[in-house]
Write a protein that binds this ligand. Sequence first.
Ligand code: NAD
Length: 342
Amino acid sequence: MSNPSQKIPATLIPGDGIGPEVSVATLEILEAVGAPFEWERCTAGMGGIEACGDPLPPETIESIRRTRLALKGPLTTPIGGGYRSSNVRLREEFELYANLRPARTLVPGGRYEDIDLVLVRENLEGLYVGHEMYIPVGQDPRAVAVASGVNTRAGATRVCEFAFDYAVKNGRKKVTLVHKANVLKALTGLFLEAGREVAKRYEGRVAVDDRIIDACAMQLVMNPWQFDVIVTTNLFGDVLSDLNAGLVGGLGMAPAGNIGTDAAIFEAVHGSAPDIAGKGLANPLALLLSSAMMLDHVGHQDKAKRVRRAVDTVLREDNIRTGDLGGKATTKDFTKAVVKRL
Ligand code: NAD
């Protein structure tokens, strides 16, 4: 547990579109719970392009290098201009090897009740390393497409260690290793092998099992409650994290963390919602829950728990919800209600 009175420097990227609105809401709630963050405000996305012609300005990168901790609102992806995704650049720049995506039922009455799953996705390797090429045949320059995936023992080991550590620190009972080692014997067989090695070190503390990706997808739909923490490679993790979000009502309220050895960046999964930007209607939950993950990350689990409990009460007992959840509350109404419950 960290010293409760110690200030923790952190970078804040409010983001584009609804980003500033949901950031104001999140900061107000963090203030009410006594979160220790001392914010350095930075820009990225369209904000970065307008400020200095770069969707990921050097000052923003320098700030994260200093604070090693960031909260990021949604960024509008510039169309044209040949910009690389800022999210991918941040991942690579800070070697954010673990993508952490919890999925928890917030609003009862959906297709599934009481879902509480955590997915850990390897963020830097696998089929997303981008080693792709075409092979021409005859007159067709793109007759054949080839992609190579790269998994390393070191990479698989560190993300599996992260998943098991996370399980221990957060009172989780089981980690499921997800793979396709029956077909991609080397690429994902290595991941499974490394995961099983890591599991041995946690024997007696965290249970382990494994699933083939296709069976896992089916079982998540049939009986999601059998899972606790899932750890998997990049591509499978990309798909399963959205599947899990679907179990709890979609991406709208999904928080995420991108965690590396040198930095951690927490973010809302949804986009900048230009259709409702500036109208005061946005649901701040995704960014708020991302900030709760950030509190967990810096050892303030007690405050994170209080935020989650207040959110649950506002949604379930006070029935105060924003329009995307079928309610009538504005961003400000919802924020006020959470602050009151705190
Ligand atoms: P989006 O997530 O912004 O919007 C999809 C729909 O969900 C819209 O109807 C929107 O109003 C609604 N919505 C999203 N977040 C909401 C919230 N917090 N409260 C209430 N309603 C919400 O997706 P999009 O329209 O495809 O993308 C818009 C922009 O955001 C694009 O430039 C896209 O590239 C970018 N984007 C960024 C990220 C990111 O930074 N992580 C993720 C996805 C999309």
